[in-house]
Design a binder for this molecule. Structure first.
Ligand code: GBH
Length: 504
């Protein structure tokens, strides 16, 4: 009898495994799109060529090199302004379906405003787009990836509501100039990231520390700018151009330290994903954000909540302005309730402490630990929360210090994409596309060139900024030709790799 049970148990275990892999097979469904991405300030260089205006990242890196890990900047970066044909050839050779790149606002509008359009600036993006199309690669365009004109920042940047109209005028010029070829637009990249790090911290430009206020005010204006741009596209371009418009959010995943604590997980998701997505899908901020921020604001003595309110008119404008759900995902946080609240002390708006499990593998970025199951958790949460919208993974990738034999990067891709395929095939999540961040090593914001996300190595110390394939680039080439995940090459040296400072 005992043997019988053991046999049955083993049999069931094998069947479960097979059926899991059978469902998933690790192939990409037909029609699934795979692309790669970059952002203007991180790759273009040519910071003062022609009539280009100064942007906040030019200003920030030139004035505060001490706040960049290696003191460097994006003046040259990958030289993609001059090497875009080489970039496109590379993307084509690897076999990607699309290329997500961003446009530098002050390159197109040197004064920051729509009164002067730089012919050279606009021509560069026309050339890049044409080169992609000629090579059968779909252009996916981010209108804004953190580098707004300094002149606009001088007037408060994303904390000044006037930016809404300035942004719409800028976007209109891009729809007009590129919209015949570009059918997939992203208005704004990761408001959650730059609103917090740029208006309540000094790890992103403009590095203004407006504690408790800056982030929400910035996010409020971002939602308005996004929604007005979406409505403008509806009114002036959608019929003739037939494109899609969305925003991209930086979404961590969350798991509770104590597995029965579903509330902390839910609150953490709402404060991250819900902050921007709830208004886009339901018109207003999540209930838990409104009540919690009001509560903590009152505790801190503010006469009103630090989270701004939308008028009914704005709710109607914002509600329903995401044609697809753009997700940048890298890592997971562990969450638990802030114990200080039991003593009546309110320190955190969400009331939830976010941390990491230090047993998870580290990367070269101090915020980034590897936890593949988190990706599935996030995708299922989006499915359930927003009625299974079409999802584009607009960024996913891994950071190291730049070695060509990047075995860990390959296993990161393998493990994360496997979770995505399970969420898609087994759990019915409506994921339509996946984007590799990044095609090239590039200027990694406050980390300078010390953290590398590329599947292609770039020699930044050499004026030629030569590109060299990493192992992961070859792996991607195979994945793309077979449309199926490929096994991870083994690396015996990886086990012996040296500990990073924060692992010691
Ligand atoms: C993306 O940002 C950017 O879009 C891209 O430009 C960049 O190169 C890439 O990823 C790699 O960084 O609360 O301490 O856990 C993702 C940036 C950084 C956003 C970490 C969320 C959470 C910090 N993410 N951040 S923490």
């Amino acid at each position: 009898m005992k043997h019988y049970f053991i046999a049955v148990t083993i049999f069931c275990a094998i069947i479960t495994r097979i059926s899991c892999c059978d469902v998933v097979k690790l192939t990409f469904p037909s029609g699934f799109r795979i692309g790669t991405a970059s952002a203007s300030y991180q790759v273009e260089g040519a910071w003062n060529v022609s009539d280009k205006g100064e942007n906040v990242w030019d200003h920030w890196t030139h004035n505060h090199p001490e706040l960049i890990t290696d003191g460097r900047n994006g003046d040259v970066a990958c030289n993609s302004y001059y090497k875009y044909k080489e970039d496109v050839a590379l993307i084509k050779n690897i076999g990607f379906d699309y290329y997500r790149f961003s446009i530098s606002w002050s390159r197109v509008l040197p004064t920051g405003f729509a009164n002067v359009i730089s012919e050279d600036g606009l021509q560069y993006y026309k050339n890049l787009t044409a080169e992609l199309v000629a090579n059968g690669i779909e252009p996916v365009v981010t209108i804004y990836h953190w580098d707004h004109p300094q002149v606009i920042e001088n007037m408060g940047g994303w904390t000044n509501e006037l930016i809404v109209d300035w942004f719409v005028a800028y976007a209109r010029i891009l729809f007009e100039a590129l919209g015949d070829s570009v059918k997939r637009w992203i208005t704004i990249n990761e408001p959650d990231t730059f609103c917090e790090a740029g208006y309540e911290g000094t790890t992103k430009a403009p590095g203004k520390v407006i504690s408790g206020i800056g982030k929400y005010l910035c996010g409020h204006n971002v939602l308005k700018a996004h929604a007005k741009t979406y409505r403008m596209y509806d009114e002036e371009f959608r019929e003739s151009q037939q494109g899609e418009v969305s925003i991209v959010l930086a979404l961590a995943s969350y798991v509770a330290t104590n597995s029965s604590d579903t509330e902390s997980v839910e609150t953490a998701f709402q404060f991250n994903c819900g902050w921007m997505a709830h208004p886009l899908y339901f018109g207003d901020y999540p209930e838990v954000m409104k009540t919690r921020v009001a509560l903590v604001s009152e505790y801190q003595g503010y006469p009103r909540s630090r989270l701004p309110e939308f008028s009914d008119e704005w709710i109607a404008i914002i509600n329903g302005t995401n044609d697809y759900f753009g997700v940048n995902h890298y890592s997971t946080n562990l969450v638990y309730p802030d114990p200080a609240e039991e003593l009546g002390v309110y320190r955190i708006d969400s009331g939830v402490i976010r941390t990491i499990d230090f047993s998870w593998p580290a990367t070269a970025s101090n915020w980034f630990y590897v936890y593949p199951p988190g990706f599935g958790v996030l995708l299922r949460w989006i499915r359930d929360e927003y009625n299974n919208p079409p999802v584009w993974i607009t960024e996913n990738g891994y950071s190291d210090s730049g070695q060509l034999d990047d075995y860990e990067r390959i296993s990161y891709y393998y493990d994360y994409i496997k979770e995505m395929l399970i969420a898609l095939k087994r759990d019915g999540c409506n994921v339509e596309a996946y984007t590799v961040w990044s095609i090239l090593d590039n200027f990694e914001w406050h980390a300078g060139y010390t953290e590398r996300f590329g599947i292609t190595h770039v020699e930044f110390d050499d004026a030629d900024t030569n590109r060299t394939a990493k192992l992961s680039q070859n792996w991607w080439m195979k994945v793309l030709s077979k449309r199926k995940l490929q096994s991870v090459p083994t690396n015996t040296a990886a086990a012996a790799r040296t500990l990073l400072p924060w692992q010691k």
